[in-house]
Design a protein around this ligand. Structure first.
Ligand SMILES: C[S@@+](CC[C@H](N)C(=O)[O-])C[C@H]1O[C@@H](n2cnc3c(N)ncnc32)[C@H](O)[C@@H]1O
Length: 316
């Protein structure tokens, strides 16, 4: 892998820049504030695979310069990547501070894996394959934990990120049993698998990244699920009408996907959209309202946001 350290002029929007860097081929982005004369202190991590983005817990704009450490996998040419960066007109003053080869991706993934601990979200107990199952005897049957195994691999979604947690909490409040669910941008498969374990009858995950699909399939099998949870690339996804749609992606893909979601919903379909920051919520709602959705709740945590609603009318 190649690690490239970029310094951006100010002011700048972290989310937008991180999204752009990912769309230009970065497989991970780390962001830090750079004080003059000091080594960069990696104060926050926005790490991701392909188009995934873990948004920082800090503001999206800042007043001092920031550095982005970009990891490129060996199949991405650093020269082409830097030319693409330079071609973004606002970024012509971006400085390349360093460009070095770093340890293999596997080491990086391994380091990430070691940092995981089981997470409890409501009654979901999310653990890695190497953690022990929860001691279910401690809980009465109505408070029983739902044990779920997620192997942290190339797919985004371990339960640590705020947006994943917002979606998982909402699913627990929403699923009554027997629903058909669409999970768009399924990453590790965490939302589809959780939805199935919580009682959905059929869960379809759709994902553009093949490595994520492989990770989701692995996670499905780790949870003993053989059918009724399926992961597809967008072109292969069946056209069904779903009872629940959940999509934790990013603002721009969610805008682009609005018509698709309208087509695979019926009056009453419940929808939850996340991966957006609070300031983007109203714009996103407007897009979906034009297609017959109405939003009933906006749940905000840190600066992240989940908007939830229903299809109320058909719009041709
Ligand atoms: C933030 S991750 C969410 C993963 C998981 N659903 C979760 O909630 O933790 C967003 C995922 O959406 C995928 N994605 C982005 N744009 C997409 C698109 N247009 N169609 C399908 N998947 C997309 C990314 O590859 C990534 O795996």
């Amino acid at each position: 892998m190649i690690s490239i350290l970029l310094e951006f002029p100010r002011p700048i929007d972290i989310q937008q820049v991180s999204e752009w860097l990912m769309s230009l081929g970065a497989c991970a982005v780390e962001v830090s504030e750079r004080d003059a004369g000091e080594e960069a202190a990696w104060s926050a991590i926005a790490s991701a695979h392909q188009q995934h983005l873990q948004q920082l817990e800090s503001n999206t704009a800042w007043n001092s310069s920031r550095t982005f450490r970009v990891l490129l996998s060996s199949d991405v040419s650093p020269e082409n990547f830097l030319m693409d960066v330079a071609s973004v007109s606002d970024w012509n003053s971006v400085k390349v501070l360093s460009k070095v080869a770093v340890e293999e991706e596997d080491d990086w993934v391994q380091r990430v894996r070691e940092s995981f601990q089981p997470i409890r979200i409501g009654k979901l107990y999310i653990r890695c394959p190497w953690h022990s199952a929860p001691e279910t005897a401690k809980f009465s049957s109505e408070n029983a934990l739902v044990d779920m195994i997620i192997h942290p691999g190339m797919g985004f979604g371990t339960g640590e990120h705020t947006t994943t947690r917002l979606c998982l909490s909402w699913l627990q409040k929403t699923i009554r049993g027997g629903e058909k669910l669409l999970d768009y941008g399924s990453g590790s498969g965490i939302l589809s698998i959780a939805a199935y374990l919580l009682g959905c009858e059929l869960c379809h995950g759709v994902e553009i990244d093949l490595d994520s699909i492989r990770n989701a399939e692995e996670n499905k099998h780790l949870n003993g699920i053989s059918k009724n949870v399926c992961f597809y690339q967008p072109m292969e996804a069946p056209s069904l009408c779903y009872d629940i749609i959940v999509a934790n992606i990013l603002f721009h893909p969610l805008v682009d996907l609005a018509e698709k979601f309208a087509k695979c919903s019926r009056i009453g379909t419940q929808i939850a959209l996340s991966g957006i920051i609070y300031s983007q919520a109203e714009n996103l709602k407007e897009t979906y309202q034009g297609l017959g959705f109405q939003f009933e709740d906006t749940i905000v945590e840190k600066e992240w946001c989940l908007i939830v609603g229903r299809k109320k009318e058909s719009v041709e």
